[in-house]
Design a protein. Sequence first.
Lengths: 415, 123
Amino acid sequence: MDERSRIARAAAERAARQSYGKLVAWLAARTRDVAGAEDALADAFAAALERWPSAGVPERPEAWLLAVARRRGVDTMRRRLTSEAARGHLQLVAEEAEARMANDELPDERLRLMFACAHPAIDTSVRAPLILQTILGFDAATIASAFLVSPATMGQRLVRAKARIRETGIPFRVPEKAELGDRLDAVLEATYATFAEGWSDPTGTDSRRRNLATEGIWLGRLVASLMPDEPEALGLLALMLFAEARRSARRGPDGEFVPLAEQDIALWDGDLIDEAEALLVRAAQEGIIGRYQLEAAVQSAHTARRRGGGTDWAAIRQLYDALLAVAGSPVVAINRAVAIAETEGATAGLAALYVLGDDKRLQDYQPYWAARAGLLARLGNIRQAAQSYDRAIGLERDPALRRFLQGEKAKLVGN
Amino acid sequence: MRYMILIHADEAAMANVPAETTYQMSAAYGAYTEALKKSGVWLAGDRLKPSQATTQVRMSNGKTNVLDGPYADTKEQLAGFYMIEAADIDTAIEWAARCPAASVGTVELRPIWEMAEYAAKAG
């Protein structure tokens, strides 16, 4: 494919996806029937992906999709929903759509759909897949391969979740301010899960998983643009952009793991980092701190090297203190211990790690053992450090990271 | 939409609570039922007699089999129900959370299969 047709294809995909999600959201919000809305648009979406790259994106993409959907799909939908009530409703939806298309843009109801998909009554594990399917039009097989489950299982989960939205009576609305907190968390969590699934393939060799990181950012941008005054929505987008900015620096020329402190800053994407910084500043203006802003701020402190300074460990330590208070987890506690080691010395860091040792979950957690090994090595406790490296190596699934840990251990024994 | 609020409680534990607690529970249920009725969401609701008063009925080979005791032997038993009218699951959850049983037992929410949905399925 030459450059021009690749650009045309990307533009068409972007436009189709924007319009697709908007139409699914708009139709489903009226019927609570997500599967029905998807069925109605499936052919039209496929046709758009086929036609728009060569013919160009139509002036009104939504009107185009709806017209094709009506011609191809609505008959099927009519046959399926033969009750009088449903038929009347469908008629209404179609007429309403036409009336609106003629006048103005389709109202953007994707946020409402996202809140329905991430509703507490929907199983946590299916929320992100459901959002990918309904908002972005991904098929079950693609989502399944990205989330490492079988297509049949993923298909079943998605079908079940959509039936549940309809039958349980899950509303399509953005929750009121009083209850927004937890509910927005669920939407952000699903968005972040999408990104994280893609992030776990650092080399980007598996293009489907790498795309998932891009989709996570896309969803993050969508939520941030639809809720521009929600500091955590901005914080999450900043966090993802900071991480994405360092993607090409995470592996060396031979695919070897490069720890953050040794990454070549010339490989970081400066534009993405600047955008992330600006988002954090905007979020801070709202004066409500939260998990994602804090995590993004940690990333910001780590990128300080770019401006010629060293990594600001004192700031990182403080941010982890705050994170522990608002969203404490063993993972946060380990990172905090590492920051303590950098500011107060390895002994203090190790003490902070040992306090966590009672937590059973950490026994099988690679970063805990790697952090422990690193600090023990720094204190000259070679034997215990080597044992901890062995534990970490045994727990790590990523071969590049495993080789890195083996290398660290070899340096110890070699000395 | 109509929803059933199914109340499950541990009968054995309930039998051992002091009279004062029982009295407070009744008062709480009274107030809750009143609130449901006042806001117009209440459709039906009652407390069930203990599960030992249950009788199972099954037909096989033309004979009626009658058994003493509940269908399933569980830690918590079905103790009562409400039927309410609510716009969506969020409103139903709000009401279920206010039910006195939500603090001591388990409250289950089930949507009711409406006649209109049968019609849609049959098509």
